[in-house]
Design a protein around this ligand. Structure first.
Ligand code: SF4
Length: 139
């Protein structure tokens, strides 16, 4: 079983109230091979919401508010779901401060990319779950 970022399968949970649908991932969910999750919603944030980026081990939204607690809660709830369904892999949205793997935005809201993992991607990796982005798997 896999987890997949909910916004990649057409759930309108992105900060702007939209999704970024990848038809191949939708098919994966329909076949029962993947379960959609949105860590930011699981962490209690609304949709739409102010976009956030990671900076110095914190997550700060564009209004300067610290939303680290919600991001951490979302990561923990996502891990709960992963462990409940026995997920060994997650396909998550590239560069998101929650879901991004290996590359994320740098906290300046200037579209500058740096090495690093989103909060949820990092927690899943530390529990042995393989994390890939939709871009890495080419869908
Ligand atoms: Fe998509 Fe992840 Fe952001 Fe939710 S937290 S909108 S699943 S990238």
């Amino acid at each position: 079983m896999k987890l997949v970022s909910a916004c990649l399968v057409g759930i309108n949970c992105k900060y702007d109230g939209k999704s970024r649908i990848c038809p191949k991932l939708v098919e994966m969910v329909k076949r029962g091979e993947a379960i959609p999750v949105c860590p930011e919603i699981l962490g209690g944030l609304p949709t739409p919401r102010i976009p956030s980026e990671q900076k110095n081990d914190r997550v700060i939204n564009k209004n300067g508010e610290d939303v680290t607690e919600q991001f951490n809660k979302g990561a923990e709830e996502t891990l709960n779901i992963a462990q409940m369904v026995g997920a060994t892999e997650a396909i998550l949205k590239a560069r998101s401060p929650s879901c991004g793997a290996n590359k994320v935005y740098d906290g300046t809201f200037t579209h500058t990319i740096v090495d690093g993992d989103g909060v949820t991607a990092k927690l899943l990796k530390t529990h042995g779950i393989k994390v890939k982005t939709e871009e890495e798997i080419g869908v």
